[in-house]
Design a protein around this ligand. Structure first.
Ligand code: ADP
Length: 506
């Protein structure tokens, strides 16, 4: 059997609050991580490109410095050409340096930059003869060398870290012969230092972001769950006492949860009203049935005692009992009608009825049944008009009101019916000149089982359900009904039914 939720004592249950907190924290933190990792990778790529560019510039710069002669490079030549500059004693370079710079269109600033780059930490520049003999190195280091036919830059591992190695052949500008090689090894010290710094920064900010997102997630969860807590409290109140008037407290907001609370409160109101109505109905019905049952019981007892031998009592009691059975039958039928009238909205949504023929036919029927009555019809509707209501239901409403008009008429046996319409509704008025009722009664006669004079109404065969059925039906079709009445002078029942279709004459 499934345990009711409120009885579950599941110790492992994680509350929604913590689920949301963890969820929000992870979401915020994950977003941060993805962004920073993407930025970090992009940044490293840019730095790597710069480092590669530096290696290339050194290779090209040194090549240009050494390729002026026609013979293979010698230690002295390389030393003379590079070491002076390498230590930045520009004066030692003299005329040759300036001429070369003019020839190759490179400013001394450019050369300065090259030598500055050669001088950077972790950068080693070496020059080799065409036979791979080491002629010059900026720093003594054990570095492998391989010959290449073209400028080549490739990633290598230096001290277990990423590094770059560039090798370029030096061809004489005069003879185009190979006169040596230049090699650049770059440990990318800057690159590694920057990467490390950025990683630390990302890590530090990451921890802050984690704390921040956890706090933010918690606050968000608490805030989100506040209305849910209120809903749960109200539900608990109602669970303990179905009659409780406890409702969800509404706050200022206008979000989905506020909307849910409004709908929930409304549902509770309706449900309680419905339960109340059902209770009243059962009480009313039992009360209404008690009288005929008591009458029948009385007669049956009478029959039991004396009726068997007395044909007069026998006949009278049987007649009276049959009458009560008839009354109960009509009561049951009317209760059924009333309960069906409550469903109209769902089952008869798109029904329509031509108003004029129906009113005319109903009045004609009444003329036949009550020949001593005068029925007048005042018809103000010129065009064919359909109303949004199922034919039998409109007929039922008219019969209930006309029946009452006949039932509660006194000396003046006259009934006036008028029909008129505006753009939206058809108005039907049914007037009698009978006993009428007080203002107080006009407000109550549409309630179930309400009768102005119980005994008289009962004598006339009324159960007090007719007008309740008429009102329920009209409400279902978005129509209205109300009454104007003057005691001892008569009543006018006014009905409004929405128009379905109106053919306008040209
Ligand atoms: P009933 O079956 O008793 O007529 P209704 O619901 O049709 O039940 O009417 C409720 C009560 O309203 C009636 O008992 C009667 O007292 C009063 N009533 C209805 N129609 C009229 C009328 N035309 N003139 C005076 N009283 C009326």
């Amino acid at each position: 059997m499934i345990k009711p939720y409120f009885n579950r004592n599941d110790k492992k249950r994680i509350s929604l609050k913590w689920k949301w907190t963890i969820g929000a924290t992870l979401a915020i933190f994950l977003t941060y991580t993805i962004f920073t990792v993407a930025i970090f990778i992009g940044f490293r790529q840019i730095m790597l490109t710069e480092e590669t560019q530096d290696v290339k510039e050194i290779l090209v710069g040194v090549t240009n410095r050494l390729n002026g002669g026609s013979n293979a490079l010698s230690k002295e030549k390389v030393f003379l050409s590079l070491s002076g500059n390498y230590t930045f004693s520009a004066l030692e370079l003299g005329e040759e340096y300036d001429q070369r710079n003019l020839v190759y269109g490179q400013s001394s600033n450019y050369q300065d930059t090259i030598f500055a780059k050669m001088n950077e930490e972790g950068v080693v520049v070496r020059v080799y003869s065409p036979t791979s003999r080491l002629l010059f190195e900026t720093e003594p280091k054990d570095i492998p060398f391989k010959r290449t036919a073209q400028l080549l830059i490739e990633p290598i591992k230096i001290k277990n870290k990423e590094g770059l190695q560039g090798i370029a052949p030096i061809y004489s500008r005069v003879t185009q012969n190979l006169i040596g090689y230049v090699q650049v090894n770059n440990e990318m010290v800057n690159y590694h230092q920057m990467s490390e710094k950025i990683l630390w920064a990302i890590g530090g900010i990451g921890i802050l972001a984690l704390v921040f997102s956890a706090v933010l997630g918690y606050l968000l969860a608490v805030n989100f769950l506040k209305p849910i807590k209120k809903i749960t409290n109200t539900m608990n109140d109602i669970r303990k006492d179905t009659q409780s008037t406890s409702r969800i407290e509404l706050d200022e907001g206008n979000d989905e949860l506020t909307h849910l609370s409004i709908v929930f409160n409304d549902m509770l109101d309706r449900m309680q009203k419905y339960i109340e109505q059902q209770k009243d109905f059962v009480e009313d019905v039992s009360h209404e049935l008690r009288t005929p049952v008591a009458i029948m019981e009385g007669h049956l007892k009478l029959l039991n005692r004396w009726g068997k031998d007395d044909p007069e009592i026998l006949d009278e009691s049987l007649q009276a009992s049959l009458q009560e059975v008839e009354r109960m039958k009509s009561l049951v039928q009317e209760m059924l009608d009333l309960s069906r009238a409550e469903q109209v909205e769902i089952h008869y949504k798109n029904e329509k009825t031509a108003i004029k023929p129906l009113v005319l036919q109903t009045i004609n029927n009444f003329k036949l049944i009550y020949p001593d009555f005068v029925f007048n019809l005042d018809d103000d509707i010129r065009e064919e008009t359909d109303v949004s209501i199922y034919r039998n239901h409109l007929e039922q409403i008219l019969v209930i009101i006309l029946d009452n008009a006949v039932k509660y008429s006194s000396d003046r046996k006259e009934i006036h019916v008028s029909i008129a319409s505006d753009n939206q509704n058809v108005d039907i008025a049914i007037q009698d000149f009978g006993e009428g009722m007080t203002q107080e009664d006009t407000e109550r006669i549409f309630n179930r089982f309400y009768r102005v004079d119980k005994a008289r109404s009962r004598y006339k065969g009324g159960n007090g359900l007719g007008l309740a059925i008429a009102k329920e039906l009209l409400t279902g079709y978005k129509g209205t009904i109300f009454v104007e009445s003057v005691l001892n002078h008569g009543s006018i029942f006014r009905i409004k039914v929405p128009i379905y279709f109106k053919k306008i004459e040209e």
